[in-house]
Design a binder for this molecule. Structure first.
Ligand SMILES: Nc1ncnc2c1ncn2[C@@H]1O[C@H](COP(=O)(O)OP(=O)(O)OP(=O)(O)O)[C@@H](O)[C@H]1O
Ligand SMILES: CC(C)(CO)[C@@H](O)C(=O)NCCC(=O)O
Ligand SMILES: [K+]
Length: 245
């Protein structure tokens, strides 16, 4: 039994999985926590006394990593470090170690789900848009502010623009709708433009996940599959492999 942890910039997503020989991973329990709620992992552990190991990725900094390590005291805790190749994916980043560990895990999860050309999009605090070639090469990708960060940037950086609930509309005629629609079109536009680079490949597909995915999924006019928690499924695949099963 393994505790998988995806520590992002806003939330910490976790999942408890069972690894058994010749069987697919089975998820027993999962959830999400705020950074200041990490201590709740103790309750997760007491619900699953069979837990021995934890395997995670963290892009939220050393303090969050330390808090998770405290909550996981007594478990063998390993952090995923992006490398040049792993889980069927080759990392073509100039310095492979600089790639976000969450992006690396998501790419490995994506590769297992769809071993063809794909665009791996995670719409969280930041949005990442990563190109995975048919042969498993991670070719490179984009980092942009997530939907909420984009909206906040406008409110903070201008005198006249509010942080308010606008609605998407193709031709916005109110300030709040213009802001909301602008931020959603920016995300969708970046995704569609990146997809063009693989659109000609057989079975090319966009895999879209993250807390903000549903806010612009409907705008995308490309082959699309909504997926949740690619990061955790990538971590699970690696943990199962390292477990020798
Ligand atoms: N209920 C919701 N409705 C609409 N948007 C949401 C909702 N919950 C979250 N979001 C959006 O999701 C984004 C955060 O996504 P998510 O929860 O995946 O982020 P996260 O946990 O911080 O991930 P990471 O730090 O790994 O990027 C926010 O910017 C917000 O725009
Ligand atoms: C881009 C984020 C913030 C997305 O969570 C994370 O993957 C990260 O901090 N990455 C490090 C920089 C990089 O991936 O190039
Ligand atoms: K993200």
């Amino acid at each position: 039994m393994i505790l998988l942890i995806d520590a992002g910039n806003t939330r910490i997503k976790w999942r408890v999985v069972v690894v058994a020989a010749a069987e697919p991973l089975r998820a027993l329990d999962e959830g999400a926590l705020a950074h200041d709620g990490v201590a709740a992992l103790a309750a997760v552990r007491s619900r699953h006394p069979g837990l021995r190991r934890a395997f995670g990725c963290n892009v939220a900094g050393a303090e969050v990593a330390a808090a998770i390590a405290r909550a996981c005291a007594g478990l063998a805790l390993d952090w995923l470090r992006p490398s040049a190749a792993c889980g069927g994916v080759r990392n073509l980043y100039e310095d492979p170690a600089r790639l976000g560990a969450d992006r690396w895990a998501a790419l490995i999860g994506a590769r297992r789900l769809h071993p063809h050309a794909c665009l791996v999009v995670t719409a969280g605090t930041a949005t990442t848009v990563d190109l995975l070639a048919a042969d498993g090469d991670f070719l490179g990708g984009l980092i942009l502010p997530g939907v909420e960060l984009m909206q906040q940037a406008l409110a903070q950086g201008t005198a006249q623009l509010p942080l308010a609930e606008g609605r998407f509309t193709p031709m916005p005629r109110r300030t709040v709708d213009a802001i909301r629609s602008g931020c959603l079109q920016a995300q969708a536009g970046a995704v569609e433009r990146m997809f063009r680079q693989i659109a000609g490949e057989p079975q090319a597909l966009c895999l879209l996940g993250g807390g903000a995915a549903d806010s612009f999924a409907g705008l995308l006019e490309i082959p699309l599959r909504r997926v949740d928690n690619l990061v955790l499924s990538g971590l699970g695949a690696l943990a199962a492999a390292h477990d020798g099963h």
